[in-house]
Design a protein around this ligand. Sequence first.
Ligand SMILES: [Zn+2]
Length: 569
Amino acid sequence: MSRLHYAIRLDAASHHLAEIELRFAVGGQGVRGSIDSATVELTMPAWCPGSYLIRDYARFVRDLEVRGDDGTRRTVTKRDKSTWTVDASHTRELRVRYAVYGHDLTVRTNHIDGDHAFLHGPATFVYPTLLRAAPVEVTVAAPSGWTVTTAMAWQPNDRLTAASIDELYDHPIHVGPVRVHEVAARAPVRLAIWGARAPGGVFDEARLATDLAAIVDDHIARCGAAPFPNYTFLLMLAHDAYGGLEHRNSSVNLYHPHFASSRKHYEGLLELLSHELFHAWNGKRIAPRPLLDFDYTREAYTPCLWLMEGLTSHYDRFALRTSNRITAKSFLEKVLDDWARLKATPGRARQSLEASSFDAWIKLYKPDESNLNTTVSYYLKGGLVMFALDLQIRRRTEGARSLDDVLRLLWQRHGAVGEPHPDQLQPIFEEATGLALGEVFDRQIRGTEDPELAEELRHVGLELRASADPAQIADGASAVWLGATLGGTKVTGVLDDSPAYAAGLAPGDEIIARLVRVPVELGAAPPTRYEIAGVADAGAAAARYQAWMGEPHPGAQVLATITTTARWV
Ligand SMILES: [Zn+2]
């Protein structure tokens, strides 16, 4: 099969442009799989795995021209928004030249400037439609002082190679000055950091590499084996930036430069990196068919993103606890914060986890002010359902099994052997645990009920308390609220069935004096303050707590407190 040769130049990086040249052979010559018709179709993805939104990456392409082996320009016709048709007659090779514009610093778009170039494959490489499975070679002309960071295979003479376009797209390329830390884990792992770190702080990059090693080892031990030959964490530090995108052998992570300034910020970064790494098992390898075998031109629908992101959201922080990077108290605070956010999401009564997964393309990735009332995040609820299910499995099997058993069976039967998992996951959860789990799946995954957090916490000697924030109690007796969020004087969100809703307030209204008077009767507020506390004399529950958290039951004390009043008026 023809080989695809890409050459990247960054001479115009300060104009946010990367110049790409693609060469590949055409014409019969008896080579199986090569393109031998009179025309060749070139294309670019409309979306990328891990981010479920049609992005139409072809919109960043400019100045595309194609020449034959004699140097003459070929006719290029645009067939649809992402596809070009090229005259390929009477030539043995086509040379495609174009530039891509990249001025958006996210984990799934290109960012090219005078400081670096972050190149996300699907936004960078045009390919011949028929050669998606062809082997690929990439060379990068890096400006002086810039180095190439990628998990792609290196060949002599600085050539990068990938077995196919899919593999190329799964290996982002960073070109620029980075600080590289070897992560001393059970597998070859490195951390490459771009961007200045804010001075000071109690943590540093060496500590980060040490903590990452413990997290990598914890994930490997839990799943049974490392799924990758080597792994690269790319961490880009920038103000007002946050995000992560998983790949099979690497991840791209965006975080603010103040990560070392407080324990809260530092743990947030550890959680992000732990999350993206865990996807190397769950999400990139344990995955449903639509996300392993897909069409780049259209949406890949699956009802299972709750497993991909919910299981990962649970284990990203649970692994921080089991690897002893955070305290049990800090772990419970993270869970409680999610619980408070879930309880403040009325849309959870309208949308199941399966429906939230399926509609990610038009809901989670296209949020508007009404989403709060109609949708629930499969990250948020999925993580809490997995947390409560883990406790339930431990309780019902008297500690013999846990969610880890489900993860390992998913890994052995699907992830490790490249076999997509089925849409219906209840049977594999039941097989791994020996438990009937119809209620959890019917009510919390296919249905819209909340996970039974309070009940499961009670069985490990913890009490989940909900109350009103004292600051919200206007008359000294009962908490009242409007049920709206404000941005300055503007209404940014209105909860269905709230006093604000009853009074006819809507997002976009501005609360100012006298133009329109709207009488509003404040109503009784739902709980806005949540606590997790240990109970005195926990008895058998104390032993369950110890087996779960790896330390003695704390006795009667408040472990975590979250107040959500600031989000609502
Ligand atoms: Zn994720």
